[in-house]
Structures are given as C-alpha cells and as structure tokens.
Design a protein around this ligand. Structure first.
Ligand SMILES: Nc1ncnc2c1ncn2[C@@H]1O[C@H](COP(=O)(O)OP(=O)(O)OP(=O)(O)O)[C@@H](O)[C@H]1O
Ligand SMILES: [Mg+2]
Length: 267
C-alpha cells in the first residue's frame, strides 16, 4: 500500500507564482487542519496552486474531478467481486484520509448533495469517515487535508453548496493576477517573449471587460498560455490568438469581431 501512495507524490517543484499571501495562508490552514476552498474562475491557477502546495508540504496529492453522475461510493469506496469473493476497495477520499494525502475535490459543486455530505464528518474536529458498508470508522491520518474548488460564476440556486458544507472551510479567492504578474506567468509557461506576453495580457484585460456583456467568462490565464505556446511554435500572433483566445470562447459573430479587434489593436 505504501508504494501505491508514493505514486501520488508530487516530484519536482510545480512552477507557481504567488499572487498575494495565499501560500502562507494555505500553510497556516494546513497546520490548523482547516479544510480549504479555492474560489475563482476557470484557468486562473487553482489546480497549479494545490500541486505546488502538495509539493511544498511534501504530501501526496489525490485529485478527484467531480461530476453529477458521481455517487458517494465513487469517492468513499465499494466492495468489488474477485476470484476469492468480495474485496473492499477504498475510493479516492478514503484512500487519501487513510494514507495522509491532500485530497483535492475539483468542482465539488457538480456532485450531488448526497455525495457532498459524506465529507462532513471529515471536515469538522471529528476527522473521521464512517465506511458504513464496510462497518469501519476511519480516523483520518494526521497529515490528511481536504481542499475543494468552486467557481462562483457557475452556480445556480439549484446547484450550490449547502451552507453546512461551505461553513466547514476556510476560503481563498483566486482571480486573474495583476498585469505584470500575469505577463511573467504567460512568458514562463508558454515560452513566448515578455513583449508578446504583455500584449496577450492586454488583449485579455479588454476581453474581461466584456464579461457579462455577451461573454460568460473572461479570457483566462490558461488561454493566454495556449496562445503564447502557438506563437512559440512559430504561428503568427493573429492566427494564434484566433485559435486560442477568440474561437473557443464564443460563437457569436459580433463578439468574435469585437475580440478580433482587440487582437489587431496589439498585433
Ligand atoms: N499563479 C500562477 N503561477 C503559475 N502558473 C499559473 C498561475 N496561474 C495560472 N497559471 C497557469 O495557468 C494554467 C491554468 O491554471 P490551472 O489549471 O491551475 O487553473 P484552474 O484555476 O485550476 O482552472 P479550472 O477551474 O478550469 O480547473 C496552469 O497550467 C498554469 O500554467
Ligand atoms: Mg483546475
């Protein structure tokens, strides 16, 4: 079992450029055994931050991409049939709690509420996980830590975390970083030069002003890295921006024109 957990160890420092005090805040929350919620739009660094923190704290990282078809058994575990009869298999949450990993439940709000409540006994001072089918009450390993992500833009009233879930977490707000920091990240991650990275960030800043005025979400840091990566491959900037920034984000012809205009202002 110990070798299995080793597979979840983060080897090599994941590049993360701190934006404010999030690294120190996360370290304090980890030490205080306070579960953490990362809030923010898509592509702004939440997953990279968790990877970096797992590396920094020297803990394995178990990530679960949540979806609406997920049942409690998918994260807690189930009995499997094999040649010798039945065998219990820990789900990712149980596995992380047993072996002292950081468990990252990505887009937790996608999961049904009956799935979300299984984390409750783990996220208060009991730190236990009742495995009812197995007849075991698992005490979480002292190193276990729970992290969830949450995109505040996506929630409808029907689909939101219960207050009783939200209030178990400390929260860190993520957003697109300020100009100079984002330029640094885009240049580092895509290999594009600083001057072009600066232009890409300026285009995104214009487009972000269109959020709510025809765009559901702004152009993310992730998209800028895509554009920069194409440019680093020798693709002309305008074509790179169309492929990586304009076309994925909207099908509306007027909105595409508006974004194209922002691109040609800089390139
Ligand atoms: N502060 C940062 N330091 C280093 N890289 C960053 C930072 N912010 C964003 N990135 C880059 O942006 C990319 C997208 O970030 P990430 O995958 O962490 O987004 P996310 O917030 O988890 O998005 P989603 O909600 O869609 O899962 C990363 O792969 C990384 O290259
Ligand atoms: Mg992510």
């Amino acid at each position: 079992m110990t070798d299995v957990i080793e597979q979840y160890r983060v080897t090599g420092e994941p590049y993360y450029r701190p934006v404010t005090d999030e690294v120190a805040m996360f370290e304090a929350a980890y030490a205080a055994k306070m579960p953490v919620m990362l809030k923010g739009p898509t592509g702004c660094g939440k997953t990279r931050f968790v990877e970096h923190m797992a590396w920094k704290l020297g803990k394995p990282l178990v990530t679960v991409a949540c979806n609406e078809d997920m049942t409690a058994s998918d994260i807690v575990g189930r009995f499997l049939l094999d040649a010798d009869g039945t065998r219990w298999q820990d789900g990712p949450l149980t596995f992380a709690a047993r072996h002292g990993a950081i468990c990252y439940l990505d887009e937790i709000v996608e999961a049904r509420q009956d799935t979300t409540v299984v984390i409750h006994p783990l996220t208060d001072n009991r730190r236990v996980l009742p495995l009812e089918k197995k007849g075991e009450i698992l005490r979480a390993h002292p190193d276990f830590h729970l992290v969830i992500s949450y995109n505040p833009g996506y929630q409808s009233l029907m689909k939101d975390l219960k207050q009783s879930t939200k209030q178990r977490f400390g929260a860190l707000d993520f957003n697109y970083p300020e100009h100079a920091v984002e330029v640094e990240i885009v240049a580092h991650e895509s290999g594009v030069n600083a001057e072009d990275a600066d232009k890409l960030v300026s285009i995104a800043e214009r487009a972000r002003n269109l959020k709510g005025h025809g765009l559901d979400e702004g152009i993310s840091t992730r998209m800028l890295i895509h554009a920069g990566s194409l440019m680093a491959q020798g693709i002309a900037p305008v074509a790179a921006c169309q492929m990586a920034l304009v076309r994925p984000i909207t099908d509306d012809p007027d909105m595409r024109d508006a974004l194209d205009a922002a691109v040609t202002t800089y390139f």
